[in-house]
Ligand binder design. Sequence first.
Ligand code: HEC
Ligand code: HEC
Length: 163
Amino acid sequence: MSNSPSAATLRRGLMLLAVLGAIAGPSSAEEARRDARVTLLPAYSKECAACHTAYPPGLLPAPSWRHIMDNLPRHFGTDASLDAATLATLSSWLVAHAATGRRAGSPPAEDRITRSAWFAREHREIAPAVWRRPAVNSPSNCAACHVRANQGEFNEHDVRIPR
Ligand code: HEC
Ligand code: HEC
């Protein structure tokens, strides 16, 4: 049977798929995991992870970080102001480590990671009611489910959805 035209066609088809896969590069989930992995500046963990997860700089494009850092006194309904020196240090660190690949495109709505197209895709299997559970409260609360989010780890083995 191995010489039948259909087997040969199938083999060629599989080879073509493998080649196309190699050209397409890493999947969006792989790329997101890689973009999230960066050693955080201690000042970033201190100042920007007091109220929420230490969002990885690689998950937002540079214009979003600039816009966020230029508007800290009016930060999502709260005041997240910093002294001028810390503001300058953190702004340049965020911009230097901002998204490069697929995520470097146009800024998401409200400069939110959670409003990015890829975010919706990676989380499409989560039911709306899950986001509203008291232990989750908001999609922005990454660490509720990604137990190592503050270390920049978002792989599927470190996900526990709270009941
Ligand atoms: C005083 C508390 C506070 C501090 C300090 C703070 N934030 Fe926030 N941040 C918030 C709140 C509240 C939200 C909205 C969360 C929500 O919608 O659940 C938010 C949202 C965000 C988001 C959007 C998350 C999403 O939905 O994708 C980013 C990005 C962000 N903050 C970055 C920063 C950075 C950078 C710093 C440090 C300069 C910082 N935050 C410091 C309170 C704070
Ligand atoms: C309600 C729980 C929950 C919250 C909150 C949440 N996620 Fe997720 N996330 C998941 C689940 C479940 C998956 C799919 C894991 C899998 O691939 O099986 C996922 C997948 C991902 C992936 C792809 C990883 C992979 O290996 O496929 C990334 C990156 C990610 N999330 C980032 C974030 C970020 C950043 C935040 C916060 C702004 C966040 N998530 C908030 C549950 C959550």
